[in-house]
Design a protein around this ligand. Sequence first.
Ligand code: C5P
Length: 208
Amino acid sequence: MIIAIDGTTASGKGTLARQVAQRYGLKRLDTGAIYRAVALALLDAGADPADQATAAAAAQALDLEAIDEDRIRSGPVGAAASVVAAHPGVRAALLEAQRRFAAHPDGAVLDGRDIGTVVCPGADVKLFVVADLSVRAARRWKELTDRGESRTLEEVAADIAARDKRDAERPSAPTARAPDAHLLDTTALSIEAMAAAACRIIDAVLQT
Ligand code: C5P
């Protein structure tokens, strides 16, 4: 069973993907982490994330096993990831690895922006996760503050809005809800309620 979870920035899709993977005994791929890792490699090398050729080369050279899970979570890396992810050459370089992961005989849970539309258009279950900007900003602000980054709520909200716009308006694999994706609005949902709502959708699909 392949479960595709897409959605906007800080909508809760990562947390949801972890919960769903555990509940159904599937492996999970956080595809945002891959774009973040490419961005981090570029920033560490002093390269410009907007330079498509350099970014595509970094994507080709990326070792998925060697991603620094802590450093990729910083605010600047998230912003650079969104710039890097707009390059078609970067997306092409990362596509096969994502599809290989999804091809595991048991299936997999993948979360990102284009899983249901581009990476796994034939996924068994597709979810598209959204939440109001104010709620998403508060969640991301807490994450960044817990990491020791000093940012105002307004700055974080502006970053998220800019990232969503760039991700949704890029020509190559923009953030999009597949026609057969179930919409899940997590604005007013606790983590438990969000996971329960997703499992109801998944169980209903499994029974058909
Ligand atoms: O989900 P996360 O915030 O970690 O993703 C970082 C960035 O990676 C996103 O803003 C988006 O630009 C990019 N991304 C993407 N396609 C995916 C997953 C993430 O373009 N499937």
